[in-house]
Ligand binder design. Structure first.
Ligand code: ATP
Ligand code: MG
Length: 750
């Protein structure tokens, strides 16, 4: 258990002490409509972690109440993720669909109590009758139906006598409740759809708000822990359980902040788009923030658990730097994995004064790691070194091999370059060199000074391997969409050479390739004939450095959203009213609405932008993100609300892409210039004209004949690559939709 107690554990302890519950029961309740991601890992750690710490248990329950999007393969992925993270659920996996009969019975009970009714308004009328945040709603005329009539209709809904949308079952609560969710919420809807578990048994399905609390109650859950966006649903949760007058004890809902991480997306919907659009290679693509992706890439469960522990549990939404996760995996592997040598970009070196072969005893771990072990490292006349470890005309601070500067071969001898051999184009193809017989590592009596040691492999003994290098999936810290995908997120090297000790028959093996980073035997594609390694993470501890730098400059420190432990302050009445207005009337998502509603300055600014252009969602995004960040940094903004409205209008009208808009915003913030002027001066107008885009596409196609051939041979995954290259070529100015169409056309017709 972590040292400091978080607010959830505080609640749990109080509830145990007061005798409210005898045993702590939690649950992890995913909807099986996608693979779980690192955000789910946080939820898994919280729910299973609390159950473990207080000797209770945690259920794994599929929230499978939406028949159209769910699938067994997602159930398997969820089970796998929980197990891999080292947790186990109580007995079998549960399914909300197993409770459909019971949940239906509860609905009948509510109807009999006069607390629920069958409504026959259509969707639009229901919305209209609900009212607004300023105005109370009106109750549907159908709410006056008698209990008998309601029972009869509900029964016939269940039997399939009605079409989708013809009737719904609603709770009879309060049409003027301040919390709009309490205005007679829907409990059941008709859905003639095949369910992956219950088949065609049901044609009515309970809504989340009805199914979730009851599933919790049925399982004897004590603490129903969910993310902040369900804050407003808590009232219904309580109402349903109270209205039914159930035998105690009953569960209570508690909310925590969801995990957000930069340089990636974290919603199943967006991940599904990447997978289905072949922008990545399946759900377990090592670039994705899915558990399956991290697992395949070579992350350890320990690293992810540590990360979840570090980020803590709080009540304020925060954005975590992905570098913190990278730090955790590096930290875990640093002491654990053997250090070996692999040359990624080989340059042949012939050691002219060396004949024969020897096997050098080379330790796997440096002195400061409390682990032992070594391998026999073959040394011979021909070796490969890294191409950039040699320079013919080096700058002054270059410490590696040059015609005038010797270098140490790690674990072996000192090497001096004698001759540089080039091809007809002037490219270096080989070095002739000499070694110093008395310079062997650990027994060096040569007296020769070197400034660095480089890695190498014996050409004859090394094995050719494929190495997959990964960069961040998005080039933008807060990606908006496909146009922010980093076109260079995957780099495949097919001609790397590894020393023999790296060849393994065991799966699940990790290495540090000296000076390169940490690598993992690809669990799917690795074969004896073709070893494949995934780069897990580089060696550099960039996060720690960045954090130090941030702390040194107070200005950028302000930028970082603090991770606050403890309860969030409840919203004031005004804030709550704004929040509801933003979510209900303007259609903002809860997170954005929460940011705006809780900050008077921001909310004012936002409302002012709205006076200029009616684009509430786009405006809210830029105000809650960019403007908010800027406000924290400077006392007075250099731009006006009107200018922000102008910027958003340019995006809405397709004059500039959202990516370019960010660039323009930076400029506005810096110089106070007008956005239109910036776009004109810098020539940033979005390019949608096919005549301008086609030459770029042709160039990209011409430059990548191999990928074109692979694409045509059936590797359609490469489509995203081509689109990305074109977007990059245009400096982010190309209209992604048009590029998509043109690339598709070009690849089809040649
Ligand atoms: P997404 O929005 O990514 O599709 P979701 O919330 O719809 O996720 P569910 O399958 O409903 O996903 O979530 C299962 C559990 O995981 C829920 O309790 C949910 O609150 C939690 N969860 C989902 N995303 C995150 C996150 N980013 N951080 C913390 N917990 C999360
Ligand atoms: Mg969801």
């Amino acid at each position: 258990m972590s040292e400091s107690k978080d607010f959830l554990r505080t609640i749990v302890e109080e509830d145990l002490q007061s005798g409210k519950y005898q045993e702590i029961i939690t649950r992890f309740p995913p909807e099986p409509n996608g693979f779980p991601h690192i955000g789910h890992a946080k939820s898994i750690c919280i729910n299973f972690g609390i159950a473990r710490d207080y000797h209770g248990h945690c259920n794994l329950r599929m929230d499978d109440t939406n028949p159209t999007t769910e699938d067994m393969k997602y159930v398997e992925a969820l089970k796998d993720a929980v197990t891999w993270l080292g947790f186990s659920w109580a007995d079998h996996v549960r399914f909300a669909s197993d409770y459909f009969p019971k949940i239906y019975d509860y609905a009948v009970t509510l109807v009999k109590m006069g607390k629920a009714y069958v409504d026959s308004l259509n969707e639009e009328e229901i919305r209209e009758y609900r009212g607004t945040i300023k105005e109370a709603g009106r109750r549907s005329p159908f709410a006056e139906r008698s209990i008998e009539e309601n029972l009869d209709l509900l029964d016939r809904m269940r039997k399939g006598e009605f079409k989708d949308g013809e009737h719904v079952l609603r709770a009879k609560i309060d049409m003027s409740a301040a919390n709009m969710k309490m205005r007679d919420p829907l409990l059941y809807r008709i859905r003639h759809a095949h369910h992956f578990r219950t088949g065609d048994e049901w044609c009515i399905y309970p809504m989340y708000d009805f199914a979730h609390c009851l599933s919790d109650y049925i399982e004897g859950v004590t603490h129903s822990i969910c993310t902040l966006e369900f804050e407003n649903n808590r009232d219904i949760y309580d109402w349903v359980l109270d209205a039914l007058d159930l035998t105690p004890p009953r569960p209570y809902q508690h909310e925590f902040a969801r995990l957000g991480m930069n340089y990636t997306v974290m919603s199943k919907r967006k991940l599904l788009e990447l997978v289905n659009g072949n922008y990545v290679n399946g759900w377990d693509d090592p670039r994705l923030p899915t558990i399956a992706g991290y697992k395949r890439r070579g992350y350890t469960p320990e690293a992810i658990l540590n990360f979840c522990d570090q980020i803590g549990i709080a009540k304020a939404n925060s954005m975590v730097d992905v570098a913190q996760l990278e730090f955790c995996i590096r930290d875990d592997l640093n002491q654990k994995v053997p250090r070996v040598m692999c040359v990624l970009d080989p340059l042949k070196v012939t050691i002219e004064n060396y004949d024969g072969e020897e096997a050098i005893d080379a330790s796997y771990y440096p002195h400061d790691v409390p682990k032992e072990g070594s391998r026999k490292l073959p040394f011979a006349r021909e070796i490969y070194i890294e191409r950039d470890d040699f320079m013919e005309n080096p700058p002054a601070d270059y410490y590696r091999l040059t015609p005038k500067q010797s270098v140490r071969l790690k674990h072996a001898y000192i090497l001096t370059c004698k001759e540089v051999i080039k091809d007809t184009h002037g490219n270096i193809v080989e070095l002739k060199a000499e070694y110093h017989p008395h310079s062997k590592s650990g027994e060096d009596t040569s007296g020769i000074k070197t400034k660095s040691a480089i890695h190498w492999v014996s050409a004859k003994h090394a094995k050719q391997a494929e190495v997959r290098l990964y960069e961040r999936l998005y080039s933008n810290e807060a990606p908006d969409g496909l146009e922010d995908l980093n076109p260079d997120s995957l780099h495949v090297i097919t001609n790397a050479f590894v020393e023999p000790a790296v060849i393994t028959e065991k799966p699940d093996v990790r290495f540090q390739f000296e000076r390169q980073g940490y690598f993992f035997v690809d669990p799917i594609d690795y074969t004896d004939a073709k070893p494949v390694f995934n780069k897990i993470v580089g060696l550099k501890d960039s996060w720690a450095k960045k954090t130090e730098a941030k702390e040194a400059t107070p200005k950028s420190k302000a930028k970082k959203t603090p991770i606050v432990e403890g309860e969030v302050t409840p919203m004031s009445e005004t804030e709550q009213a704004l929040f509801t207005k933003y979510t209900k009337e303007l259609g903002l998502n809860n997170e954005i609405a929460n940011i705006l509603a809780r900050d008077v300055d921001l909310a004012h600014f936002y409302e002012e932008t709205l006076l200029h252009v009616n684009s509430p969602v786009s405006l809210a995004n830029i105000v809650a993100n960019e403007v908010a960040r800027e406000l924290k940094l400077v006392a007075t903004l250099k731009f006006s609300a009107k200018e922000i409205a102008e910027l958003v209008t340019m995006v809405d009208e397709g004059t500039i892409s959202t990516k370019i808009a960010k660039q323009v915003f930076e400029e506005m913030a810096k110089t106070g210039d007008n956005p239109k002027a910036i776009v004109a001066a810098k020539g940033l107008t979005q390019i949608s004209d096919p005549a301008k885009l086609k030459p770029m596409i042709e160039e990209v196609i011409a430059k990548n004949p191999d990928n074109v051939a692979k694409y045509k041979a059936g590797n359609t995954n490469l489509f995203g690559f081509f689109v990305g290259q074109v977007l990059k070529k245009s400096g982010g100015k190309a209209n992604p939709t048009v590029v998509n169409e043109l690339v598709a056309e070009k690849l089809k017709n040649g």
